[in-house]
Write a new protein. Sequence first.
Length: 84
Amino acid sequence: MTITVKPHAEVRMKDRRITMNQLSEVLRNPRETVSAKFGRFAAYGEVKGKKLAVIYEKKNQDIEVITVLWVDERRLKRLGFSGI
Protein backbone atom coordinates (compact mmCIF):
# COMPACT_ATOMS: atom_id res chain seq x y z
CA MET A 1 0.00 0.00 0.00
CA THR A 2 1.37 3.36 -1.08
CA ILE A 3 0.20 6.48 0.74
CA THR A 4 0.13 9.77 -1.18
CA VAL A 5 -0.73 13.03 0.58
CA LYS A 6 -2.52 15.75 -1.44
CA PRO A 7 -1.16 19.31 -1.06
CA HIS A 8 -4.23 20.37 0.98
CA ALA A 9 -3.60 17.53 3.44
CA GLU A 10 0.09 18.48 3.71
CA VAL A 11 -0.90 22.02 4.72
CA ARG A 12 -3.40 20.69 7.26
CA MET A 13 -0.79 18.30 8.68
CA LYS A 14 1.60 21.21 9.26
CA ASP A 15 -1.13 23.43 10.73
CA ARG A 16 -2.34 20.68 13.05
CA ARG A 17 1.08 19.24 13.90
CA ILE A 18 0.29 15.79 12.53
CA THR A 19 3.22 13.66 11.40
CA MET A 20 3.36 11.19 8.54
CA ASN A 21 4.00 8.42 11.09
CA GLN A 22 0.79 9.29 12.95
CA LEU A 23 -1.20 9.39 9.71
CA SER A 24 0.27 6.06 8.55
CA GLU A 25 -0.48 4.38 11.88
CA VAL A 26 -4.16 5.33 11.65
CA LEU A 27 -4.39 4.08 8.06
CA ARG A 28 -2.63 0.79 8.84
CA ASN A 29 -4.51 0.11 12.10
CA PRO A 30 -7.74 2.11 12.16
CA ARG A 31 -10.12 1.78 15.06
CA GLU A 32 -12.97 2.17 12.53
CA THR A 33 -13.37 2.97 8.83
CA VAL A 34 -16.55 4.32 7.23
CA SER A 35 -17.70 5.50 3.81
CA ALA A 36 -17.68 9.26 3.34
CA LYS A 37 -18.96 11.71 0.72
CA PHE A 38 -17.89 11.53 -2.92
CA GLY A 39 -16.86 7.86 -2.70
CA ARG A 40 -14.18 8.59 -0.14
CA PHE A 41 -13.41 6.85 3.14
CA ALA A 42 -12.75 8.08 6.66
CA ALA A 43 -10.62 6.23 9.19
CA TYR A 44 -9.90 7.16 12.76
CA GLY A 45 -7.54 5.95 15.42
CA GLU A 46 -5.96 7.11 18.65
CA VAL A 47 -2.55 8.72 18.79
CA LYS A 48 -1.16 9.52 22.24
CA GLY A 49 -4.66 9.65 23.71
CA LYS A 50 -6.05 11.94 20.98
CA LYS A 51 -8.37 10.92 18.15
CA LEU A 52 -7.09 11.42 14.60
CA ALA A 53 -9.36 11.19 11.53
CA VAL A 54 -8.04 10.68 8.01
CA ILE A 55 -10.19 11.27 4.92
CA TYR A 56 -8.88 9.47 1.86
CA GLU A 57 -9.59 7.91 -1.53
CA LYS A 58 -8.62 4.40 -2.58
CA LYS A 59 -7.06 3.95 -6.00
CA ASN A 60 -6.48 0.23 -6.50
CA GLN A 61 -4.21 -0.68 -3.57
CA ASP A 62 -2.98 2.90 -3.10
CA ILE A 63 -4.36 5.54 -0.75
CA GLU A 64 -4.56 9.25 -1.52
CA VAL A 65 -5.05 11.33 1.63
CA ILE A 66 -7.45 14.26 1.19
CA THR A 67 -7.27 15.74 4.70
CA VAL A 68 -6.47 14.88 8.32
CA LEU A 69 -7.81 16.34 11.54
CA TRP A 70 -7.88 15.92 15.29
CA VAL A 71 -11.44 15.17 16.38
CA ASP A 72 -13.60 14.70 19.44
CA GLU A 73 -16.44 12.21 19.88
CA ARG A 74 -19.05 14.68 18.62
CA ARG A 75 -17.21 15.23 15.37
CA LEU A 76 -16.61 11.47 14.96
CA LYS A 77 -20.37 10.92 15.15
CA ARG A 78 -20.93 13.67 12.59
CA LEU A 79 -18.46 11.95 10.25
CA GLY A 80 -20.47 8.72 10.58
CA PHE A 81 -18.40 6.68 13.02
CA SER A 82 -20.42 4.44 15.31
CA GLY A 83 -17.88 2.48 17.36
CA ILE A 84 -16.79 5.38 19.52
